[in-house]
Design a binder for this molecule. Structure first.
Ligand code: ZN
Ligand code: ZN
Ligand code: ZN
Length: 433
């Protein structure tokens, strides 16, 4: 249930006490220099009623117009469309540059569009390049998650446009669905992290060409938010520039069906590979079996056998180098596809390499694969399981080992690993440290 509140941060009341100058005089609230016309008596005297004047606190520092959607005093808003076009630039776009803070890397969650792990991550930064076709003043907005306290890009974070710090009183309201009381240990419903709300910050001046927008998380211990996007209402065309220097991989080995035939490439766009000539058999290694090793710095076995759980879990709570080692025998050299069975969770939808360091036969490898077992990346769902491809690797005859070492505080529950082979036979093997 959502309750409506009057947020005293946003509006304050000034009370004009209308004190009579003499017992016979009255003032009905007119401001002017009209002369006093005569004596009023009795019931018409309203001298004891204070006049309440509500003053809107959320004014754009540039245009002076209102930024508060709940404010009814001001009919003209800074964010009125006025023939402008709305542009939204998602934080998950690879051309947005993200910089890790002291709580680890920022995850650009493609399926959902947002950036995860921004909260409480001192030093973390999000940087956009926005290209304007000509100089303009645009109304800037952002979409962030509603937190227990009112939040904005300019309160617990700092936002700079071309090096100039933005100052704005505009905020996303406190989220009363989230029964978290600062200073208590009440555990909030995790889905409230994805209760995203758009708000408008105010006018910003954009120059012709490239503009740099930086959102900086300056401190730990303050409350931030999940960040989703910045928006502009602009009368000139805007586009997203490439702040990160991202180069999109183009597959040069796809067949007539659009399937990639380069089994050594694990770029995201190349993970849909041609397996028509493969054996169509798979080996499943179940995490509960003793031949799979799962341990961390403190425990030799981190499998959770509790009925209803049956998984390697709690990966998102902390990083203690949780390590899973899966081994199998191959009868001959063959390419294999590694497909992990995992739940939705914190880190769902983000690249595998943001959550794990991955090794095959002791060699670390990289992959563009996203840990995405279901479509609903906006929700943590630890009970919904599915498979997602991690990578294609080349197995040698004999024993092969795939090792995952946790490198973050994101994660999901893990149940098994499916291994699909191009040729030959596969069988489970005892993993060893
Ligand atoms: Zn207002
Ligand atoms: Zn404005
Ligand atoms: Zn390819």
């Amino acid at each position: 249930m959502r309750r409506k509140i009057i947020n005293l941060l946003f509006a304050f009341f000034t009370v004009s006490s209308l004190i009579s100058c003499s017992p016979n005089s009255s003032n009905s609230g007119f401001i002017g220099d009209e002369e006093w016309q005569g004596n009023w008596e009795g019931s018409e005297d309203i001298e004891d009623d204070p006049q309440i004047e509500i003053v809107c606190k959320q004014k754009c520092p540039v245009c002076g117009k209102c930024l508060d959607p709940d404010c009814t005093i001001d009919t003209e808003k800074c964010y009125d469309m006025n023939g402008r076009t709305k542009y939204e630039f998602l934080g998950s776009d690879k051309r947005v540059k993200v910089t890790a803070g002291n709580k680890g890397p920022l995850n650009q969650v493609a399926n959902g569009g947002y950036i995860d792990n921004f909260n409480n991550n001192e030093g973390a930064e999000i940087e956009y390049t926005i290209i304007a076709s000509e100089a303009t003043t645009a109304c800037m907005g952002a979409t962030i998650s509603m937190m227990p306290l009112a939040m904005s890009l300019t309160t617990t974070c700092e936002t700079y446009v071309n090096g100039e710090k933005l100052l704005s009183n505009s905020q996303v309201k406190a989220n009363l669905n989230w029964p978290y009381i600062p200073g208590t240990t009440t555990i909030p419903s995790p889905n409230e992290w994805y209760n995203f709300t758009e708000y408008f910050i105010g006018c910003v001046n954009l120059k012709e060409g490239e503009n740099t927008i930086r959102i900086v998380n300056p401190n730990r211990g303050a409350y931030q938010f999940n960040f989703k996007s910045i928006e502009f209402l602009s009368s000139v065309p805007l586009e997203l520039g490439n702040a990160s220097g991202y180069v999109e991989h183009v597959c040069e080995n796809h067949n007539a069906d659009g399937l990639c035939t380069d089994y050594d490439c694990n770029e995201l766009v190349c993970l849909n590979k041609d397996e028509t000539d493969w054996t169509h058999e798979k080996l499943t290694l179940d995490a509960k079996e003793d031949y799979v090793l799962k341990f961390d710095d403190n425990n030799e076995n981190i499998y959770n056998a509790t009925p209803g759980e049956e998984c390697i879990g709690y990966l998102d709570s902390y990083n203690s180098n949780q390590t899973i080692i899966w081994s199998f025998n191959a009868t001959e050299e063959t390419y294999v596809r590694l497909s992990l069975e995992h739940s939705g969770g914190l880190g769902h939808g983000s690249p595998y390499i943001d959550t794990w360091n991955l090794f095959f036969n002791d060699e670390q490898f990289t992959t563009g694969a996203l840990a995405k077992c279901n479509d609903d990346a906006n929700k943590w769902n630890y009970s919904l399981y599915g498979h997602s491809t991690i990578a294609y690797v080349k197995a040698k005859p004999g024993k092969n080992t795939f090792k995952m070492v946790h490198n973050s505080t994101t994660g999901y529950n893990i149940r098994s690993l499916d291994i699909y082979n191009q040729k030959g036979e596969l069988s489970p093997a005892q993993a060893e440290k």
